[in-house]
Design a protein around this ligand. Structure first.
Ligand code: GN1
Ligand code: MG
Length: 568
C-alpha cells in the first residue's frame, strides 16, 4: 500500500457516521463517554491505531475498549504504545481531530493530512492487538473497531475480554518477543505464569496468610481473578466477591476501588463477610486500580489506599536494596500527585526523594522513569514500580558476597517479574502487597500504622466552562480565574493542617476540589456547620465545601441552584 485505501475507508466510514453536535476529546483516559455515542469514534480509532503502527515500523499497538470505574452505560477507548505504555501525547491531538471530523469526506481529508504531517510510510505493515472489558456496549463497539481494521487492512489480534493491564502486558510481550528484552510469553497464560511463578518464589517459606477477599467490582477482574486462583494453587487463598459480570447494572455499582476510595467505606455486599482483622481489597472495572482495607478490632473500616501501598512497597524495596549491598548504586524514588494524602508525602519525603506531578498516569509513569527504581501510585490506587534498564542489568550481574545479600538480590529480581511495569495492575499490585505483608509479618493494623492519614474530602463542582480553570505547580495552585487562589489561601489559613487545591478534571466535565484539615482555628468566624459527618472529617469536609462555594460563585453558577453544601 503506497496510498490510503480511500474507497474502502469511505465504504466503512459511511456506516459509522459521527453524531452531529457531539464533541469528543482524547483525554487522560482516552475517549470516554456514553457507550452508545462512541460508534464512529471507535471505528476511527481502529484506523488511527493501524496508522500509528505503520508509523512505528509495524510494531504492535494496543487498543483497549473500557470505561474503567465509570458507570456501566459509559464506555471508552485508549491506545497503548509498543512498550506497553500510554499513547504518546502528541498523538492524542491527532486522535481528537480525527474523532471530530464532521463527515466521511472531512475524515478522509484529516487522514490524508495526518499521513503527510507525521510522514507515515503506508507500505509498512499495521499490527494491532485489542481487547474489551465486560460492558454490555462492548461487542458492538468492538465490531466498529474491527471495521476500522478492515478498512485499512490491519493485521489485528483479538485478545477478547480481559483487563487493561493484561492488554498492556500483551503489547509489550508481542513487541519484545524473541529479543533479549523479552517481557514474557505473549498470551494470558504467559502473564499468569510470570506473575504466579515469581509470587511463589517470593513467599516460599512464609506462613500461609489468612484468606484475602477480592471485590471484583462485577467486572473483568472477576475473570482474571478466577484464572489467577488456578495458577496460584495452594500458595495463596483468595476469595472472589462481586463477580456477576453478566447481570445488567451491577458493574462498579456500590462496589469496586473507586466506590471505596470516594465513599471511604466498605462495599455493602462485603459487610456481612468481613470479620474484625479481616483484610480485603477492591479492583475497579478494568482491574488497573487497587484499594485495600480491613476492619479493626472494633469492626471499624480502615482504608489502605494508593498512598499507603506506595509507602509499604517503597520501604520494602529500599530495605531489599540495602540488604543486597546495592544502596550506593540503586536509588529508589517516589512519584505522587497533589491528591496524595499530606501525611503520606511527609512520611515518604523523610525517607526518600518524592516528586509531585500533574494528575494522570502518563505524568507519573514518565517521572518514575527518571529514578533507578521509581515507585508511583495515585491515591486512588493506580500505580506500579519501574526498574530502569540499568538497574535490571545491575541486579542480574551483581555478585553477592554473603548468603543474605544473595537472598535479597533474588527477591529483587523476582519483584521485577511480579510487577507489571507497563501500567498499574490491580492483580499484580495485590500480589506485591501480599509479598510485603508476608515478609514483614504485617497485618492491616501494622501496615496502616506507618502513618495516620489526614482527614480529607474530594468534591466536584459543575461549572459552565472548566477550561477557564488553569493551574501551575503540579496543579496545586490556580492561575486562572485570576484572584481565586488568593481567596482559597485565605480560607486554608484558617484551618490547622489545612491544604486545598482546585483543578479541572481531565475525564469529567467538572472542577475538582480537594481539602485536608485537622482543626479549625479559633479565630475563624465562618459559617454555621450543618453537614453531618464524623467528627474526624468535619473540618476537611467544611474546608472542601467552602472552597467549592468559592469556585461555584466565581464560575458564575446560578445562585438559585447553588448546592446547599457549598458553604459561604
Ligand atoms: C482525583 C482522581 O482520582 N482523578 C482521577 C481521574 O482524573 P481527573 O482528571 O481527576 O478526572 O481519572 C484519571 C483516569 O482514570 C485518574 O488518573 C485520576 O487520578
Ligand atoms: Mg481503571
Amino acid at each position: 500500500m503506497s496510498q490510503l485505501p480511500l474507497n474502502a475507508i469511505k465504504h466503512y466510514s459511511d456506516a459509522h457516521s459521527k453524531p452531529p453536535d457531539l464533541h469528543f476529546q482524547y483525554g487522560t483516559a482516552g475517549f470516554r463517554t456514553l457507550g452508545n455515542t462512541l460508534d464512529s469514534v471507535i471505528f476511527r480509532v481502529g484506523i488511527l491505531a493501524g496508522l500509528r503502527s505503520k508509523r512505528l515500523d509495524g510494531k504492535t499497538i494496543g487498543v483497549m475498549v473500557t470505561a474503567s470505574h465509570n458507570p456501566e452505560q459509559d464506555n471508552g477507548v485508549k491506545l497503548v504504545d509498543p512498550r506497553g505504555e500510554m499513547l504518546e501525547a502528541s498523538w492524542e491531538a491527532h486522535a481528537t481531530l480525527l474523532a471530530n471530523a464532521s463527515s466521511t469526506d472531512a475524515f478522509l481529508e484529516a487522514l490524508t493530512a495526518l499521513v503527510k504531517s507525521t510522514k507515515i510510510d503506508l507500505s509498512k505493515p499495521a499490527r494491532v492487538v485489542y481487547a474489551r472489558d465486560t460492558r454490555p456496549s462492548g461487542p458492538a463497539l468492538i465490531s466498529a473497531l474491527e471495521d476500522g481494521f478492515k478498512a485499512l487492512g490491519v493485521e489485528a489480534r483479538d485478545a477478547g475480554i480481559t483487563t487493561t493491564p493484561i492488554l498492556h502486558y500483551l503489547v509489550k510481550a508481542i513487541n519484545t518477543k524473541g529479543t533479549n528484552e523479552s517481557y514474557g510469553e505473549d498470551s494470558e497464560d504467559g502473564y499468569f505464569t510470570k506473575l504466579s511463578t515469581s509470587f511463589k518464589k517470593l513467599v516460599a517459606g512464609k506462613a500461609r496468610p489468612d484468606p484475602l477477599i477480592i471485590d471484583c467490582a462485577n467486572g473483568v477482574g472477576a475473570h482474571a481473578g478466577a484464572k489467577l486462583i488456578e495458577y496460584l494453587g495452594d500458595s495463596f487463598p483468595l476469595v472472589l466477591e462481586n463477580t456477576t459480570t453478566s447481570t445488567p447494572g451491577t458493574l462498579n455499582e456500590s462496589c469496586g476501588a473507586d466506590f471505596v476510595k470516594t465513599m471511604q467505606r466498605l462495599p455493602p455486599t462485603l459487610a456481612n463477610l468481613m470479620k474484625p482483622g479481616q483484610r480485603a481489597c477492591s479492583l475497579d472495572g478494568d482491574a488497573d486500580r487497587l484499594m485495600y482495607y480491613y476492619l479493626d478490632e472494633r469492626g471499624q473500616f480502615r482504608m489502605l489506599d494508593g498512598d499507603k501501598i506506595a509507602a509499604l512497597v517503597a520501604a520494602f524495596i529500599v530495605e531489599l536494596v540495602k540488604l543486597a549491598g546495592l544502596d550506593s548504586e540503586i536509588k529508589v524514588g517516589v512519584v505522587q500527585t497533589a491528591y496524595a494524602n499530606g501525611a503520606s508525602t511527609k512520611y515518604l519525603a523523610e525517607r526518600l526523594p518524592v516528586k509531585c506531578v500533574p494528575t494522570g498516569v502518563k505524568h507519573l509513569h514518565h517521572a518514575a522513569e527518571h529514578y533507578d527504581v521509581g515507585v508511583y501510585f495515585e491515591a486512588n490506587g493506580h500505580g506500579t514500580v519501574l526498574f530502569s534498564k540499568s538497574t535490571q542489568d545491575k541486579l542480574k550481574s551483581h555478585e553477592p558476597s554473603t548468603p543474605a545479600q544473595s537472598t535479597a538480590l533474588n527477591h529483587l529480581i523476582n519483584l521485577t517479574q511480579l510487577i507489571n511495569q507497563t501500567v498499574g495492575d490491580a492483580l499484580s499490585d495485590m500480589l506485591l502487597v501480599e509479598v510485603v505483608l508476608a515478609h514483614k509479618s504485617y497485618s492491616g493494623v501494622e501496615w496502616n500504622s506507618l502513618y495516620a492519614d489526614l482527614p480529607n474530602r474530594l468534591v466536584k463542582v459543575v461549572v459552565g466552562d472548566r477550561n477557564g480553570f488553569k493551574t501551575e505547580d503540579a496543579e496545586r495552585r490556580l492561575v486562572s480565574p485570576p484572584g481565586l487562589q488568593t481567596k482559597i489561601d485565605d480560607l486554608v489559613r484558617r484551618y490547622e493542617g489545612g491544604r486545598s487545591f482546585v483543578r479541572p478534571s481531565g475525564t469529567e466535565d467538572v472542577v475538582r476540589v480537594y481539602a485536608e484539615a485537622v482543626v479549625k482555628s479559633q479565630a475563624d468566624g465562618g459559617s454555621p456547620y450543618f453537614i453531618e459527618v464524623t467528627e474526624t472529617y468535619k473540618f476537611a469536609v467544611e474546608l472542601a465545601f467552602r472552597v467549592a462555594g468559592l469556585v461555584y460563585d466565581e464560575a458564575g453558577g446560578d445562585p438559585s441552584r447553588r448546592p446547599k453544601e457549598f458553604l459561604p
